[in-house]
Design a protein around this ligand. Structure first.
Ligand code: OX2
Length: 829
């Protein structure tokens, strides 16, 4: 009975000796315990990596306690839960973030120093968890941090890829990809749940069965794979709440292929089994492009099926009526990658739970919300019907049925407007008949979110215009944000201390709006002096990194000018490189006297190109070719340096961003849905040089256009400029730079030819030529501001002061209140 169970639990708790203690002495005991029993190294000889492992395990123990309490509490409160479904999470490192969020960083620092270790050095031992590509994936990670911190009853679901995003190495200026087998040395931050497993089925056929006069569809699958859960605790800051990120891995199930076994084909039967394991093996490295690959679809369904089984099981533990599902469960689709969930949940409700179609559909339409991160229709995911039909025959039927119902309803509303009907259809007819995952997601979701105000307008007026006219109320926007815990507290400790000192409180760590308080001190010279010192310190850190990485010594007096993000034509790294070539060319043609007035620059570029994206790879090579020339030109010296930072990832970002004076966000207006890098730079007092794209429009509202350097065509001007195409006027400087590259000024003339072609007049889709003039003006304005240090520092302070709105805490609160309709549920301490 209940009394007995409670007594037993109480006795066990007394054996536990209460919760773990966090004073430095207790921490030391726990660390040494883990060195001895977990890492199994003699207590007298363990290196930094082993010390890191032991420390991490001691932190994990503390996370687990809170994780348990949080989940018991959520269960008890029966509050509605958010399930955040995403195929990508870029978590980066966990150690510093965890001890900071647990509020025990000082204790750890002291404990370790008494053991002869430095906390920062151990934290550096950790490798990144790179289970994602870029902005979308890091945004997922920031949202998890905010969900935990704001006490929302939420779970994240994802895939536990064994190979994360490839490591980028540069050989002779070319990008090479190396596998990121990140689990090689173990992962102390996850908890394997060998008992939480589900079968996921693929292939096979669907049969019509008559059961007691009822016509049923029965899916007879051809392959079964087992999904096993790995839980990753996500601690909130300043709260006991610690939520869960559950990642699925594929493993072969135990039922052997009996026939193969009996015919003596033992080895082959095992080899076949191993093949099923590969589903969660590797992350697809293409940022924003979709190729209809079977393995990718398998991953998506594997993820969806395991997550929904888990969610439905949990729901059924406490409820027996599916009508209650919408009051208990919010399912969030992070882009269309998890949108097979819609067909899967219909299958579960109709085929397995035997609800009528209409009843099931009504329920399903109340639980999904959807965020889209793209602008261009070509970027939207489509799945060939043949592929889907063979892998998931029953789901294809369901999708057809959803679509035919939708088409019927639509005809009633808009009449027989066939071109419109075919644009809105979930099924795309054509050379390759396919399923449009975005249309599916819009039809079934109660809310369709854009990621910035501008993006949402594009969705309403272009990308999803037809849908907006049909269901205007579905279309919302929630501007992205980033977590100040990671992007200030973890990555910029000196700025963190400065902010708390001058704001007189640490409360900004949970309430970023308080950063506006910095405006009150902007005229205080003492404050500005300290601000300057912090930037200098971070520039030193970055300069050291650049030197160890590339051997290049850079001057701290130079302006550190940074562009770091995935390499994409629309992000226009090429515009940056052309600007650098132009600067170099000007320097070469300048006399000694004029040179003395030039602001020295260290230009830093970093980012990965998708392995199959040729043009992006050529951009990387050009960057190296130009760097080679400039950096070895003794005549130029410290006036200009160009550095490519290889293998840009979360932990590199933590180092680079705080050290930047200027950062560049150059996407052709209307192309970047939001952009989140800019927000991290802003928080760190780095000035932006940017187009009026994505969330920059809202950044301008917060900090004023006088505090950043804007340039380029506006979003509403772009389509007209593109139409003008070949007749557009391009500045002479642009033509000259292009010529230099074409003429082999930087070598590899032939190799760069196709790259040059992409920006030739008439072919210049991203408008590099027509934006070049105003780009150079913005750069000149930045130089001018930099030579007035007091002005620059003010702009820097006002940038950080206006960054509060771009905290992911604000993003999450908006989603929670408007979209998910969930309430905070704070586990008592
Ligand atoms: C990115 C978008 O490109 C970027 O603008 C946005 O800030 C980020 O998502 C987070 O919303 N894959 N990555 C993105 O979109 C897709 C698709």
């Amino acid at each position: 009975g209940f009394g007995e169970r409670k007594a037993k639990a109480e006795r066990m708790f007394s054996l536990m000796d209460g919760f773990l203690k966090n004073d430095p002495f207790s921490l030391q005991k726990d660390i040494i315990h883990h060195v001895e029993y977990t890492v199994a190294r003699s207590r007298f000889s363990f290196d930094d990596y082993e010390a890191y492992q032991a420390v991490s395990h001691s932190v994990r123990d503390r996370l687990i306690e809170r994780w348990h309490d949080t989940h018991i509490y959520f269960k008890k409160k029966k509050s509605k839960r958010l399930y955040f479904l995403s195929l990508e999470f870029l978590m980066g490192r966990s150690l510093s973030n965890s001890v900071i969020n647990l509020g025990i960083q000082d204790q750890y620092t002291e404990a370790l120093s008494q053991l002869g270790f430095e906390f920062e050095v151990l934290a550096e031992q950790e490798g990144d968890a790179s289970l994602g590509n870029g902005g979308l994936a890091r945004f997922s990670a920031c949202q998890m941090d905010s969900l935990a911190t704001l006490d929302y009853p939420a779970w994240g679901y994802g895939l536990r890829y064994e190979y994360g995003l490839f490591r980028q190495i540069i050989v002779d200026g070319f990008q090479h990809e190396q596998p990121d087998y990140w689990l090689n040395y173990g992962n102390p931050w996850e908890i394997e749940r060998i008992h939480v497993t589900y079968e996921v089925k693929f292939y096979g056929t669907v049969e019509d069965v008559d059961r007691n006069g009822e016509k049923l569809k029965v899916w007879i699958p051809g392959e079964t794979v087992e999904a096993v859960a790995y839980d990753n605790p996500i601690p909130g800051y300043g709260t006991r709440n610690t939520i869960n990120l559950r990642l699925w891995a594929a493993k072969p199930n135990n039922q052997f292929d009996l026939e193969a076994y009996n015919t003596g084909d033992y080895i082959n039967s095992i080899v076949n089994k191993q093949r099923t394991e590969t589903i969660s093996n590797v992350l697809y490295p293409d940022d924003r492009s979709h190729q209809g690959k079977e393995m990718r679809l398998k991953q998506q369904y594997f993820f969806v099926s395991a997550s929904l089984q888990d969610i439905i099981r949990r729901f059924k533990e406490a409820h027996n009526n599916f009508d209650e599902l919408p009051e208990q469960v919010a399912l969030h689709l992070n882009d269309t990658h998890p949108s097979l969930s819609i067909a899967e949940i219909m299958r579960i409700l109709v085929d397995e739970e035997h609800l009528g179609w209409d009843k099931a559909w009504n329920i399903v339409c109340k639980i999904f919300s959807f965020t889209t991160h793209t602008v261009v229709a070509e970027g939207l995911e489509k799945i060939p019907v043949d592929l889907l039909g063979s892998l998931l025959p029953r789901h294809l039927q369901i999708l057809y049925e959803i679509n035919s119902n939708f088409m019927e309803e639509l005809k009633k509303r808009i009449g027989l407007d066939y071109s419109r009907l075919s644009r809105m259809s979930i099924v795309e007819e054509g050379a390759v008949k396919s399923i449009r995952m975005a249309n599916l997601s819009i039809v079934c979701s109660h809310t369709v979110n854009g990621v910035s105000k501008l993006h949402s307008n594009t969705l309403k007026t272009k990308t999803f215009k037809d849908f907006y006219e049909l269901w205007p109320e579905k279309f919302q926007y929630t501007t992205n944000g980033v977590t100040q815990r990671r992007w200030i507290v973890v990555s910029n400790p000196s700025l963190c201390a400065l902010l708390s000192k001058w704001l007189g409180t640490e409360a900004w760590i949970r309430n970023a709006d308080l950063l506006t308080g910095l405006r009150d001190h902007v005229d205080n010279t003492g404050f500005r002096q300290e601000w300057k010192m912090v930037k200098r310190l971070n520039k030193m850190r970055l300069a050291e990194y650049i030197e160890t990485m590339s051997g290049l010594k850079v001057s701290l007096d130079a302006m550190f000018d940074v562009q770091v993000k995935r390499i994409h034509e629309y992000k226009r790294q090429l515009l940056n490189i052309f600007g650098i070539i132009h600067r170099y060319d000007c320097l070469k043609n300048m006399d000694k006297n004029d040179r003395r007035k030039v602001v020295p620059r260290v230009c830093i570029i970093g980012g990965k190109a998708a392995p199959g994206y040729e043009i992006a790879k050529k951009i990387i090579k050009l960057c190296h070719a130009v760097a080679e020339k400039i950096n070895n030109d003794a005549d130029i010296g410290d006036l200009l340096k160009l550095v490519f930072i290889p293998d840009y990832n979360v932990s590199v970002a933590e180092l680079v961003i705080p050290g930047a004076d200027l950062s560049q966000h150059l996407s052709t207006a209307g192309q970047e849905a939001s952009g989140t890098g800019s927000m991290k730079f802003l928080m760190n007092g780095c000035l932006l040089l940017a187009t009026e794209d994505g969330s920059t429009v809202e950044i301008i509202e917060e900090i004023g256009s006088e505090n950043l350097f804007l340039f380029g065509a506006k979003a509403h001007e772009v389509s007209e400029l593109r139409e003008k195409g070949g007749t557009l006027k391009v500045p002479l400087q642009f033509a000259r730079v292009l010529r230099m590259v074409r003429d082999g000024h930087f070598g590899d003339k032939d190799y760069f030819e196709s790259l040059c072609d992409t920006v030739e007049v008439g072919n210049d889709l991203y408008l590099l030529g027509s934006d070049f003039g105003s780009y150079l003006e913005a750069q000149a304005a930045a130089d001018k501001a930099f030579v007035e240090p007091e002005k620059w520092i003010k702009m820097s302070i006002l940038s950080a002061a206006g960054s509060g709105r771009f905290s992911s805490d604000r993003t999450i609160r908006e989603y929670a209140e408007r979209t998910w309709k969930i309430d905070p549920c704070q586990c008592p301490f």
